[in-house]
Design a protein around this ligand. Structure first.
Ligand SMILES: Cc1cc2nc3c(=O)[nH]c(=O)nc-3n(C[C@H](O)[C@H](O)[C@H](O)COP(=O)(O)O)c2cc1C
Length: 239
């Protein structure tokens, strides 16, 4: 798993939102085309500003469950921590002189036709997503402007809070609202928990992986995203 769920460090590439599409190459093909290739990739994007912490650990569990759906599922975990992503560039503002912008590195990776599902994971900050997560979602305007390059990719959301009921569901809905604008296919955590996404409590004794209910929703989310991604690719049951 360690080799498959990697932390990604990306080289900085200067560019505006418009340049993100043009220079970094937004792929326009949709998951249906991915069905013709063997592997379907599920990418998790970790939106905690802290590397390798509770959201990262939860997403690892989520991707393990996705991978277990079948040998045609590949997984990758991208950490935004340490990356420079300025949400205001989504409004068309120019880069400041010397300003670093790492978002363009994500563009070809997320829009690649082999990507069948994207799971966004964020800590709960005052009942909502982190500012890093919001900046990332705002910059996803680049996909919308490039013929909805994330269209029909499956989307799932995971939220980690320090309290058992600290706003995980509110946070999930907020992220889902932005993802709906991308024409993505939103799913929640699959049965038997079957609600809005993965709701994790980082205050559990022993850490997030000891949060029995949260981990159940996390595994169900990973499985559900992978299963629906396979269906969209037209390869149900052959994984
Ligand atoms: C600014 C800030 C606001 C927070 N607000 C909430 C909150 O509203 N509800 C909650 O359950 N936890 C809240 N927390 C706790 C974090 O969600 C929790 O520690 C989480 O596990 C952090 O994720 P990470 O370890 O991946 O960084 C907050 C933490 C910070 C720093």
């Amino acid at each position: 798993m360690a080799s498959e769920v990697t932390r990604r460090g990306f080289l900085g590439t200067a560019g505006t939102v418009a340049a993100a599409g043009a220079a970094a190459g937004v792929a326009s093909a949709q998951p249906a085309e991915a069905g013709r290739s063997k592997q379907i990739k599920i990418i998790a994007v970790c939106c905690s500003p802290r590397k390798g912490k509770t959201t990262f650990a939860s997403l690892q569990v989520c991707l393990e469950a996705a991978k277990a759906v079948g040998d045609r599922i590949e997984v990758e975990l991208i950490e935004l921590a340490g990356m420079k992503i300025d949400g205001s560039l989504a409004a068309g503002l120019p880069l400041e002189p010397g300003q670093k912008d790492d978002f363009p590195e994500l563009v070809p990776k997320l829009s690649d036709p082999s990507v069948g599902g994207i799971i966004v994971g964020t800590p709960v900050y005052f009942g909502n997503m982190t500012s890093l997560c919001k900046a990332f979602l705002d910059r996803c305007m680049a996909f919308r402007k490039n013929d909805f390059a994330l269209r029909d990719k499956v989307a799932g959301v995971l939220a980690v809070g320090g309290a058992r009921n600290g706003g995980q569901e509110l946070t999930i809905r907020s992220v889902q609202t932005a993802l709906m604008c991308q024409e993505m296919i939103l799913v929640g955590d699959g049965a038997p928990t079957g609600h809005f996404g993965a709701t994790v409590w980082s205050g559990a004794e022993g850490g997030v992986t000891e949060d029995e209910f949260g981990m159940a929703t996390t595994r169900n989310l990973g499985r559900r995203v992978a299963e629906v991604a396979l269906r969209v690719a037209g390869k149900v049951g052959s994984g």
